[in-house]
Write a protein that binds this ligand. Sequence first.
Ligand code: AKG
Length: 289
Amino acid sequence: MTMSTRQLTVTPVSGALGAEIRGVDLTDLTDDLFERVHELLLEHLVVFFPDQAHLTPEAHIALGRRLGEVEVHPFLPKVEGHPEIVVLDADQGAKADEWHIDVTFRPNPPVASILHLITCPEAGGDTMWSNQYLAYETLSEPLRDLLDGLTAVHVLNTPQTGEHRAEHPVVRVHPETGRRSLYVTRMWTSHIPQLSRPESDAILQHLFDHSESPRFNCRYRWRPGAVALWDNRATQHLAVNDYTGPRRGQRVTVLGDEPTGDAPRWKEYRPRGDERYWPRHVTARHGYE
Ligand SMILES: O=C(O)CCC(=O)C(=O)O
């Protein structure tokens, strides 16, 4: 159902998460309007602002700064003169077509991201998000109880980037809403250190499949100039790679958070005898193959 509050029109994108907000000019956000947008972000997890082609780099960065510290990304290409804005250009290989939470291989992954799509295909190139509160809440009680007491290791390892690695709770507690969400992701999570290798592989595989399920998803059809603002603490996302031709976006990323959850209830798993420990769920990024 579409809801109009004062000058805003809010239209849910799916039953799981996401809302399109009309009636906002992101270059001219009053404090009151920003507060409303922030509330809508916490409620819907990803909010979309169509028709923002006039958004300047300065206004894009300023919106990020209202939410927290703006990241200067260590290796992605940037907009000239604006190191706070990364360029995601499909022609340069930026096709993030695997489910992920942004940058979980660092100790302080982003709170939020703001993507301004400048150029997009006539059809295709949609982005999907998945609600990780629902992913957690729909697990059985015994599995939730187990996961509440575990951590997971997240790894990026490529020749260009070197190795980045961080350990976070498998279930995190959102610092603003107090809700629990699942916090593992196919792109970066390598293993659960308290479990044996086959246990970790099997449980992670189940959690990846479950957390990406269509019943927790929304899908956004871009038009040039639209902006998406998402909460990286309770969502995953993927860009659908079903197009050819140009697709180019500019992203500001907001930092200022360290994932917290329950303390781990068990020590690290100790392999017995000559048992080999490396997790099986690895990709080329992790360098274990
Ligand atoms: O290109 C997109 O739609 C999503 C990009 C993405 O995955 C990201 O900014 O982390």
